[in-house]
Design a protein around this ligand. Structure first.
Ligand code: ATP
Ligand code: MG
Length: 722
């Protein structure tokens, strides 16, 4: 290829970074200034000009989605496929290392990844086994304790409890939990990193191999590395290789999860000869969006400080919409997207970003209502849905029956009459003999130590797993999934449930089979069965790659997940005090600044148009909460913003149908307020969405949490306000 074309599409500063001779470099720059582009071009440059083979390059990205995109961009630049290049997240790369060197890492070859939900369940079981009350030892807190110690590289024996009882107990829980994981060949996310670190720290010959192999190490989104990740990178450093790290301190948003923005300073301290390159031109957003984002982030103290300017046009003002509740807010967003789509814009150009995953449900419903395709990245993702996890549990059991988490998941799903008492006994026996649940069950059955119902039900469970193993041995992956879903009884179980929810679950099971069908063996998955590779993929990616990926769809995700991405149209939803910044923010020092950085990240995802919305009232945990717009909205200069005044579909169209556009309020006409929570004797709890008519004709549209949206005649409906 023509080398100059690698530099053509870059500004001078970017060129300097891409074409630099071998050395350590820090690229520190604001959002949209081309940091990731520099990284991509640098990789191509190293191969093309410096003659480094793809095997000699390690590139770390923050999400799997980013890794895929980056690989695609480099392949396009170079016009060839990249074989042997290691590119992925810290977790993905650690996983790959552990698979290759599992013996040295002290893991069975079929070890499984424990996602955070599984980890939580396992912790609860450990607490129970230790006879500790969850009220005093909150499983979430224990989970945080274990993970944050691992993130600091600390095993139980490294923790000094200063003789404190409470601390000592926490350490014991950590230890008991770890023993259970080790016995079952389970590796949680934090463990992936810690093990990979220990693998190198304890095996100099392996470390040396990688130090010599990777001549160039490149890390994107460096501001969000944690201590164990940085320590791991430090181990890899060698006089013969170089690091290029790129980042933006203003986009550090994982402090709550142990990320340490000071790693940027540590890098400058530890790599004395490193050059710092600053990029100042933003290529992503209109000048309006950029100005607004800059004004918001300026309210933070102690920034490394960066200038960011653009040659881009002023573009449209930022739209600000106040929904009277979250349903109205969602409807507004969907209407805006529909308008964009009707005038030829792609749905996938639109992203809806929110602070918390739970906010997605109302937005999803609004889109379903419109028949608008959407895709959720991260969060309550496909692979985390109950029915999918049930099916995956069986797949995990046939791949690796020592997996305690999977055993627990499926032993009595569908219900086969195995009592809680039997399970308690089983767990205790397993603990005493330091064996897994599967081993214990088999032992007890063989020694005839189980009787009656426990013996029959557990025998049938063991036989089921064995028969699934045998029957699926020669099958393709999708046949395995299909077979397991049927033969385990999961499909029948959900078929027996009625209603939309159950249908959704069945659809999800079908989607799982499709996902299996579309799954391709990744390059790096040597020595693994396709099933094992798929299970690892599911745990690591959890829904980043949903089945219907070819379809044009609105993209929905948390702001955290959106890091590094860009979209022509961005909707930031739920931007109100108490949601964003979140309620917890005031309780922890430093959190407000992190929330503000998160807002900066969200705003700077937008290329052409940014729309910010909030709900004046929002139903949270069964109560209506009233909120004011977020302080971050008030930090945006008023000349950048245009308030949208219309109240959309909720109250209007209905008035046009029956009543002349009179001044009757919803309350006068129906006795109910829009957005009000109501109870129906049959349909349960719901929220009033809209109304029409008066007197005997008055009808209300109610969105019931379980029964969906219905029109009801007020005079007959026996609705009571909640
Ligand atoms: P973030 O901080 O959000 O991760 P970033 O600094 O990594 O942003 P990129 O995603 O690399 O920024 O670039 C932002 C946008 O600007 C991309 O669409 C990219 O293609 C474009 N871009 C970057 N540099 C140039 C350039 N020199 N000329 C034209 N477009 C550019
Ligand atoms: Mg980037």
């Amino acid at each position: 290829m023509d080398v100059t074309s690698l530099l053509d599409q870059l500004n001078e500063k970017q060129r300097e970074a891409v074409a630099a001779p071998a050395k350590d470099m820090l690229v520190l720059a604001g959002a949209g200034s081309g940091k990731t582009r520099v990284l991509v071009h640098r990789i191509a440059w190293l191969m093309e000009v410096e003659g480094i083979s793809p095997f000699g390059i390690l590139a770390v990205t923050f999400t799997n989605k980013a890794a895929r995109e980056m690989r695609g961009r480099i392949e396009k630049l170079m016009g060839t496929q990249l074989q042997g290049l290691w590119m992925g997240t810290f977790h993905g790369i650690a996983h790959q290392l552990l698979r290759r060197h599992h013996t040295d890492a002290g893991l069975p070859d079929s070890f499984q990844i424990l996602d955070s939900d599984d980890q939580y369940r396992l912790i609860r079981r450990v607490l129970k086994a230790l006879n500790l009350d969850e009220k005093h030892w909150a499983p979430k807190h224990v989970q945080w304790y274990i993970n944050s110690n691992k993130d600091e590289g600390l095993r139980p024996q490294h923790i000094d409890t200063h003789g404190d009882y409470q601390q000592g107990k926490m350490r014991d829980i950590y230890q008991a939990y770890q023993q259970t994981c080790d016995r079952s060949g389970l590796v949680d996310f934090a463990e992936l990193l810690l093990r990979a670190y220990e693998l190198w720290a304890n095996n100099p010959h392996i470390l040396q191999h990688y130090q010599q192999r990777f001549r160039a190490v490149l890390v994107d989104e460096f501001q969000d590395t944690n201590n164990i990740q940085y320590a791991w990178l430090r181990l890899l450093s060698h006089p013969k290789n170089n690091m290029m790290i790129v980042g933006d301190d203003d986009q550090s948003i994982y402090g709550w999860r142990g990320a340490n923005v000071e790693n940027i300073q540590h890098f400058l301290r530890d790599y004395q000869g490193a050059t710092t390159i600053r990029l100042e031109q933003n290529y992503r957003s209109t000048s309006t969006i950029l100005k607004a984002a800059n004004c918001v982030i300026e309210n933070n103290q102690g920034r490394l400080g960066k200038e960011l300017w653009t040659e881009g046009s002023e573009g449209e003002p930022i739209s600000l919409y106040a929904g009277f509740n979250e349903l109205d807010e969602a409807r507004f967003i969907v209407a805006q997207i529909k308008q964009w789509n009707d005038t030829g814009g792609a749905l996938s150009d639109c992203a809806i970003l929110y602070r918390n995953n739970a906010q997605s449900r109302v937005l999803e419903e609004a889109m379903l209502h419109q028949g608008m395709a959407y895709r959720i990245y991260g969060g309550t993702r496909f692979f985390e849905r109950q029915e999918v996890k049930d099916a995956m549990g069986y797949l995990r059991m046939i791949s690796q029956p020592l997996d305690d988490a999977a055993f627990e998941r499926v032993v009595n799903t569908p219900a086969r009459g195995i009592g809680e008492k039997t399970l308690l006994g089983l767990r205790e026996q397993a603990r005493n003999s330091e064996q897994t649940l599967w081993q214990t069950t088999n032992r007890l059955l063989q020694n005839k130590q189980l009787t009656g119902r426990a013996a029959t039900t557990l025998t049938s469970f063991v036989e089921l797993i064995q028969s699934l193993q045998q029957a699926t041995e020669e099958m393709t992956l999708e046949q395995q999934a299909d077979y397991v879903i049927k033969a385990s009884g999961i499909r029948a179980m959900y078929q027996a449930e009625k209603g939309e929810k159950a249908q959704n679950r069945l659809d999800n099971l079908d989607q799982l089979i499709t996902a299996c069908e579309q799954f391709e063996m990744p390059d790096e998955a040597e020595n693994m069965t396709l099933l094992a590779a798929f299970l690892a993929h599911a745990s690591l990616e959890a829904g980043e790659n949903q089945a219907e990926s070819h379809q044009d769809a609105v993209q929905m995700m948390t702001i955290h997940t959106a890091k590094g991405l860009e979209f022509p149209q961005v909707f930031l939803a739920g931007v109100e005090e108490g949601m964003f910044p979140s309620q917890m923010t005031n309780e922890e020092p430093g959190r407000m600044e992190e929330e503000r950085r998160l807002c900066y990240v969200g705003m700077t995802r937008a290329m052409q148009k940014l729309t910010i919305t909030y709900a004046e009232s929002r139903r949270l945990y069964g109560q209506d909460k009233y909120h004011t717009p977020s302080r971050f909205v008030r930090e945006i200069p008023s000349e950048c913003v245009e308030e949208v005044r219309l109240r959309t579909t909720v109250s209007r169209p209905v008035q046009n149908r029956f009543s002349p556009a009179t001044s009757h309020s919803a309350f006068e006409s129906t006795g109910f307020q829009l957005g009000q929570a109501v109870l129906h004797p049959k349909f349960g709890e719901g929220t009033v969405l809209s109304y029409e008519g008066n007197g005997d004709h008055a009808r209300v549209q109610v969105n019931f949490s379980d029964a969906g949206t219905k029109w009801l005649v007020v005079a007959y409906a026996r609705l009571t306000p909640l």
